[in-house]
Ligand binder design. Sequence first.
Ligand SMILES: [Zn+2]
Ligand SMILES: [Zn+2]
Length: 333
Amino acid sequence: MTMDAWVVARPGPMASHPLERVRLPVPEPGPGEVLVEVEACAVCRTDLHLAEGDLPPRKPRTVPGHEVVGRVAGHGPGTSLPLGTRVGVAWLRSTCGRCRYCLGGAENLCPLSTYTGWDADGGYAGYLTAPEDYVHPLPQGPSAEKLAPLLCAGIIGYRALLRSDLPPGGRLGVYGFGASAHLTAQLAVAQGATVHVMTRSARARELALRLGATSATGAAEPPPEPLDAAILFAPVGELVPVALEALDRGGTLAVAGIHLSDIPALNYRRHLFQERTLRSVTANTRADARAYLELAAEHPPEVTTVAYPFEAADVALADLTADRVEGAAVLLP
Ligand SMILES: [Zn+2]
Ligand SMILES: [Zn+2]
């Protein structure tokens, strides 16, 4: 049996067409793995970093995609999820389970962790395999298109919000307003925060205000009040000093992305003194994923999506590079 898939054939700028559409055999699930038939796969900026070569490939001709909603369609040895179970396949694909990070509740830092659509083929395909212990059961009701962006944009944004140490009722700055930011901002607003959004896209600013942000201004403009916490979603290192300077005393800036352009020189007094903190966010634990997916099931966020037919994965990524996507791009087979 074969399936349609996209592979990263020649990492490089989107204009050089790094992706190639191919026919591949449907993969065989190995021990502990299930076969998942893809209902939808959201497009993450990390896919773009992989396609463009910012994220070095870990195997040749990888199938990208790690925000997969699908149904269990086959079993490897030792698995038991019933056929047809709706599951999400996210970025974290496996960890060693034995190192001090895994044993200490920080499996996202496991040095032997592997990732969907990077170490192993992902969801820009008809099917993929995933370890049963790392897939997430999903509700039956919502459409696959609206669920898919929760699996990375939602989960990573949730972890970034935790890492930003936003106090209850605090003032949060959100830099960049793509898929992850628009979900995270809604979560923060629902929890009683005042949210200020800084982004270069005028349409994204409109969306931010509609979703409950108190203000929305240009990417490098100062927010109308000092911030208790900020999250940098845009992969733009120049915004690090900008965001640090916008923090109040004791504030924290969390950088949400896996890739960031270089950070310009920081000035200790302007950017860090008064106990301001700069932190990264690295992937997520399964506990983060479960906690966020439960929150999202109780209080479903408004998920702004742009659907692309499966054949247009390269168009979706090119649109993401050019800031033409409002919310999350989602591939539908
Ligand atoms: Zn480990
Ligand atoms: Zn992602």
